[in-house]
Design a protein around this ligand. Structure first.
Ligand code: ZN
Length: 140
């Protein structure tokens, strides 16, 4: 069901402060930023081979990422696995008895269909299922 790691999400206080580390020191391919209103975050992406690092900066105190940083500090926030069909994967997880944060897929950064599983059901790791929106792959 899981095809690969889509990305690793990292909670940061300031993109401006951390982008130079990933881009200039590690030398990762900086793929730009995007604001995700739904989550009240600004996101910066870096391509690392076939996967990505996603830095998440909260835009307000109401952002779930802001609550995460308050509680656990900056650092790894979630692991996102790529699946073929987010809705059917989510259903399987629910049938397996997992606690879901999202009962149905919603739209995340880049137009992907995403859903989160509760870390209480996944041994402490906030887990995201991502059905990637890859327009160029559909044409063949
Ligand atoms: Zn993510």
């Amino acid at each position: 069901m899981v095809e690969k790691i889509s990305h690793i999400g990292v909670a940061v206080r300031s993109l401006e402060e951390q982008i130079p580390f990933y881009r200039d020191v590690l030398g990762l391919d900086f793929a730009g930023t995007e604001t995700v209103e739904d989550q009240k975050v600004k996101v910066a992406f870096f391509n690392v081979g076939d996967t990505r690092i996603e830095l998440l900066e909260p835009l307000s105190d109401e952002s779930p990422v802001s609550a995460f940083i308050e509680k656990r500090g900056q650092g790894v926030h979630h692991i996102a696995y790529r699946v073929k069909d987010c809705a059917s994967s989510l259903k399987k997880m629910e049938e397996a008895g997992l606690r879901l944060i999202d009962k149905a897929p919603r739209t995340g950064a880049g137009g992907d269909r995403i859903a989160f599983l509760h870390p209480k059901s996944t041994f402490g790791i906030l887990t995201e299922l991502t059905e990637e929106h890859e327009a160029q792959e559909q044409g063949e």
